[in-house]
Design a protein around this ligand. Sequence first.
Ligand code: G1P
Length: 291
Amino acid sequence: MKIRKAVFPVAGLGTRVLPATKAMPKEMLTIVDKPLIQYVVDEAKEAGIEHFIFVTGRNKGVIEDHFDRMFELDATLESRGKKAEMEILQRDQPEAGAMSFTRQQAPLGLGHAVWCARDIVGNEPFAVLLPDELVLHTPGCLKQMIEAAGKLGDKSNLIAVEEVPADRTHQYGICGVGKRQGNIFEIDGMVEKPPKGTAPSNLSITGRYILQPEIFQILQRHERGAGGEIQLTDAMIGLAKSQSFYGVEFEGERHDCGSKAGFLRANIAFGMAREDLRDGLREEMKRHLSN
Ligand code: G1P
């Protein structure tokens, strides 16, 4: 199964991290020295994605600017001989023509955001990456999923899953677990944000999906689910009646950067993974812990 396109739903309001996200998109929050959106685009690139589709909304224009060239900056860096910085800017930018931007005009839910990308995706399997979820691992989460997809049938759908404590299952989409082979299992049921004590397992749907284009026919119905939103999980439940769904337990630490605690934790984890920052950061943390 060749996956060429990835959808990045970036229209969300980021209410969990206000006031940081009042005037700035949450996808531009910085982990160490890169915005969240850059991490997920890099993860998609590493997995072989060739076309990057952003579903944006009001106040999200800076995401487009981030992936554009800034001639003044390029010229200034060049005149000052700042080669390393110039290389970083070049490295981070997808090729011209490899990005599309479309708008979700109203916050109707994740399913609706994905549906907004239907014409750009067309009739082929595609990936979805939620930018507020980062996984610290090489190879990245999407690459691990594409490798898993290679072992499955062409009309398969895959979801990255991770165990969460039982008292947090009501915050996520949760999968029922069928036949297992290594880190891949057949999903035999899904439920979006189950009420406490009713979850079929503690395996939560994380922000990485590989989906077949038939999902759009179901999303087209605009049926409302949990929280009154058009839920991607509900559309997947519909598609699971005619196609297989697999859960992939990936390697790596997942960080929910859309919450304040998760964002701080991610900065520490990604900072500690950086050779140039690790020692200084460790010393600083020691100092704070001893106070
Ligand atoms: C969305 C999905 C949910 C998934 C979660 C992962 O929920 O609907 O199934 O578990 O992302 O972050 P949201 O966080 O947008 O409420």
